[in-house]
Design a protein around this ligand. Structure first.
Ligand code: AMP
Ligand code: MG
Length: 415
């Protein structure tokens, strides 16, 4: 337990993992639509890739005699990718003009790249000798028939889909999609596009939470905006849990007079924990409403954003049946200016990271860190992770940094 009995992020995640039971229902899914889905059955190769020895270069396949006497070969055939190389018979001392991806004729044991030859009429002279086997992709080099190709529980990425297609697979079995209900709570909220009356603000949380979930391919059930009343929340929660695996609310989870999420959760289900020692994002509630898991996010947009990344997405991943999830990527950077910090909560400081002239990472905290300021989230490319017990950091201190995205792979940093 951290200070004030608030759970640390790590302990909160432990509870979330313990409480979330992965889905077991299966769906058939076309490979073309499978990006981001979780493979349900370990997949074994129905064939080898490549299926035969093929050339990795445009050049000449050489039938080299046992004692090489000449560096000149007679060009006896031309083989394109897609041709049946079995129909080509080379004698020793002959070569076949060959294209990248074309099958190697039986008598040839190497390919010389075109750039290392000189062609005169029907004879080709080798100017730089390839070793035996060179420039040949041997049958099964990538995948051998029967190999385990992708483990069950893998989140399918574009590279997996390419592998599946190389095996001729068009459809696979995945775990079913999760149903995730989204609710914004607050009397002051209006939907973007509506006209605001004095005191009202737009609901910006729902669109962000939905977008953060988008790479995880869940069915979003947008419940819109709810008023701050226990009666309203009770009605909405009861209805939502009929269809949802997870209900995510934002707002109304703190200790204000209009905060009814927690008592509603308590009355209808149970609270596993409330409040986490992180900044932003302290008033986060996690619990159960019958079989539906509940995440009560704080209303402040940055807090809602950070808690979605750090807590909701790991929950979603676990529920979806994803295994072997990678730890969030962190790198060490040098702080360019001091960060004030009062011990108590681990802080996610919005920052800009870049390399200095010597190639080392430096991290600059952005100037507005209030949990209502979304602009600094849009301007940041990383969080500086300040430990809960830190009494502050000085310029030039080494700091741990969590980059926002790596090669477009959200899972490497959101987990
Ligand atoms: P609450 O957690 O309900 O006390 O809300 C904290 C702050 O976040 C208040 O300033 C709310 O107006 C604001 N807020 C709550 N929900 C949203 C939302 N969906 N979109 C934007 N701001 C919100
Ligand atoms: Mg509120």
């Amino acid at each position: 337990m951290a200070a004030n009995n608030w759970l640390s992020l790590q302990d909160a995640l432990k509870v979330i993992y313990q409480q979330s039971c992965p889905v077991t229902d299966l769906q058939e899914c076309p490979v073309y639509e499978a990006s981001g889905r979780i493979l349900a059955n370990t997949l074994y190769a129905p064939m080898s890739v490549p299926g035969q020895d093929v050339s990795s270069m445009d050049g000449y396949a050489l039938a080299v005699p046992p004692s090489v006497e000449s560096d000149t070969f007679e060009v006896a055939a031309t083989i394109f990718a897609g041709d049946d190389a079995g129909a080509v018979t080379l004698k020793q001392g002959q070569a076949a003009r060959i294209m990248t991806g074309a099958g190697i004729p039986a008598a040839a044991d190497r390919v010389v790249m075109q750039e290392n030859t000189v062609l005169t009429d029907t004879r080709v002279k080798v100017t730089s000798w390839p070793d035996a086997g060179e420039n040949i992709r041997s049958a099964g080099e990538d995948i051998t028939s029967g190999d385990e190709v992708i483990k069950s529980g893998t989140r399918l990425k574009p590279e997996h889909l390419m592998l599946l297609s190389s095996l001729g697979i068009t459809s696979i079995t995945v775990y079913r999609k999760l149903n995730v209900a989204l609710l914004a709570t607050g009397d002051e909220l209006k939907a973007p596009g509506d006209t605001l009356k004095p005191g009202q603000i737009y609901n910006s949380n729902s669109v962000g939470i939905a977008a953060l979930l988008q790479p995880y391919h869940v069915n979003i059930i947008d419940l819109g905006i709810a008023a701050d009343s226990q009666e309203t929340l009770t009605r909405i929660f009861k209805e939502a849990i009929k269809n949802a695996d997870v209900l995510i609310s934002s707002g109304g989870v703190s200790v204000g007079d209009a905060d009814f999420v927690k008592p509603t959760l308590q009355a209808l289900g149970n609270i596993d924990f409330w409040k986490i020692a992180i900044k932003p994002g302290k008033p986060f509630a996690f619990g159960h409403l019958e079989n539906c898991l509940f995440c009560g996010l704080p209303g402040n947009p940055v807090s809602a954003y950070v808690t979605t990344q750090q807590l909701v997405l790991p929950l979603i991943q676990k529920l979806q049946g994803e295994e072997n999830r990678s730890e969030p990527l962190t790198i060490t950077a040098t702080l360019t200016q001091a960060i004030r910090h009062r011990p108590g909560r681990a802080e996610f400081v919005r920052a800009w990271i870049s390399r200095d002239t010597t190639g080392n990472w430096k991290a600059t905290p952005l100037s507005k860190q209030s949990s209502g300021v979304m602009t600094t989230v849009t301007k940041a490319n990383a969080y500086i992770l300040v430990a809960a017990d830190s009494t502050g950091l000085s310029a030039n201190d080494p700091v741990s940094v969590q980059p926002f995205s790596v090669c477009g792979d959200w899972s490497t940093f959101t987990q």
